[in-house]
Design a protein around this ligand. Structure first.
Ligand SMILES: [Zn+2]
Length: 142
């Protein structure tokens, strides 16, 4: 275990990440790095938040429910996007096809769940955990 130098896929800045596993494996991942540095990651998350696509999606329910669900949904999607941005670069290339549907599903939650109650019912869950367990399910299904 140690720090490995990688290059940000977006701005080309070199930075170090903690990598685990065999040396040859780490070299391969560093050479094929698709991750973003902290700055780009932060920019991507705030872009996603700014681009109001998610916030603009309609919700159904009472006015009060909708207002509440919108806050939960914004927070949930920020957590999901942060998790995906952090996790995606760490996936081994051979697992990407298996795992990608979990990310797609997570990103489509606002489209697939327009009911305010769906979000309110889940207000206390750990959204990253939700994606993690979906990944686990896909990996064990193989
Ligand atoms: Zn960068």
């Amino acid at each position: 275990m140690g720090r490995t130098a990688v290059t940000c896929a977006k701005c080309g800045t070199n930075y170090n990440v903690q990598m685990y596993g065999k040396h040859s494996d780490r070299d391969y991942r560093a050479a094929n790095w698709q991750g973003l540095c902290e700055n780009c990651k932060a920019a991507e998350i705030s872009d996603a938040a700014k681009d109001n696509a998610v916030s603009a999606l309609p919700l159904t329910g009472s006015e009060k429910q909708i207002k509440w669900a919108m806050q939960i949904r914004d927070k949930a999607m920020a957590e999901v996007m942060a998790f995906v941005a952090e996790y995606r670069p760490k996936i081994k290339p051979e697992h990407l096809d298996t795992i990608s549907p979990a990310f797609d599903r997570a990103e489509k939650m606002p489209e697939n769940h327009p009911e305010a109650s769906w979000w309110i019912d889940r207000r206390d869950i750990d959204w990253a955990d939700l994606v993690k367990s979906e990944i686990k399910r896909l990996m064990t299904q193989k």
